[in-house]
Design a protein around this ligand. Sequence first.
Ligand code: NDP
Length: 310
Amino acid sequence: MSVKLAVFGNPIEHSLSPVIHQHFAQQLGQDVEYSKILVEQSFKQAADEFFAQGGTGCNITIPCKLEAKEYATALTPKAQLAQAVNTLKVERDESGKIISVLGDNTDGFGLYTDLVRLNCPLENADVVILGAGGATRGIVPPLLHASTKINSVTIVNRTLEKAQEIAAAGQEYIEKMQLEAKANGTFDSLKWPTIQALSYAQLISHCYFAAPNHSPAYNVIINATSLSLHDQLPPAEDVLYSNAQFAYDLYYSHAGSTIFTQHAKSLGVKESYDGLGMLVSQAALSYELWFGVRPDITKTIEYMREYLKK
Ligand code: NDP
């Protein structure tokens, strides 16, 4: 009998989740039925109906992630960190009655997983994130949580207040981790990243300030603006790229490159990638929650590139 999964959201027609999860299932020889469910009224009503029909788990996208958090009876640490849920898994007793609904969030950890897969040089790195929208809100806590190797995180945004809000939440999170580390005696053995928010004008003066010493200003540049969609570059001067080794665009294309990754390459950044790996990685983390096994991400990325070409 096939395992019933689905993605809930509004709009939902554009979602690539069914294609990605069917490819995972095919790789692992599992029988999966994965559908798209448009949430027109309440998420709870739609989810109740789906689970009453035997659903095992689901993904949740905009605008239902907070309702999904309320729906869960328990949250993983990743969901607690994000305060939002993008994956649910139900546990049933022998009679099929639901005994618990576990809520997880794989959104932000998808980026971290992909950076690790791509050997991103995070050790002692000064990371700059351009953009402070929903995606940045999701990726900052996992970056701070999963990599205490990072030296600093700088968030740059056209609307500075949004970057400041995310940086303040990140700072709070660092302080929480520090308190825990003090309590368990690991504080001195760990490295603690700093976090700050800048406007684009401030960013450029930071870069020029660093340039005379030839000290690396930013090693890793992440484009989390929505500008690649419109074939536009973030409004940062080229000096930003002068010492970078790694550039990553959250936006993705069938070609594997974007205007941002091409620009970074043309300025000498050795490694530059689009965000398809992040998309597939976050799906793989959901799949792992449901089935206890993580699919091969690389195979599915290759498959999705071909799929996007069509
Ligand atoms: P949001 O709409 O929430 O945020 C957009 C960001 O882009 C804001 O920081 C905004 O700045 C900035 N921006 C837009 N126009 C301009 C401009 N003209 N000049 C300067 N900055 C600008 O989008 P998301 O955060 O949800 O998504 C961001 C990108 O990440 C998208 O390309 C999306 O496709 C991609 N993404 C990829 C995922 C993946 O799995 N690979 C997952 C999620 C997102 P301001 O705040 O000033 O408006």
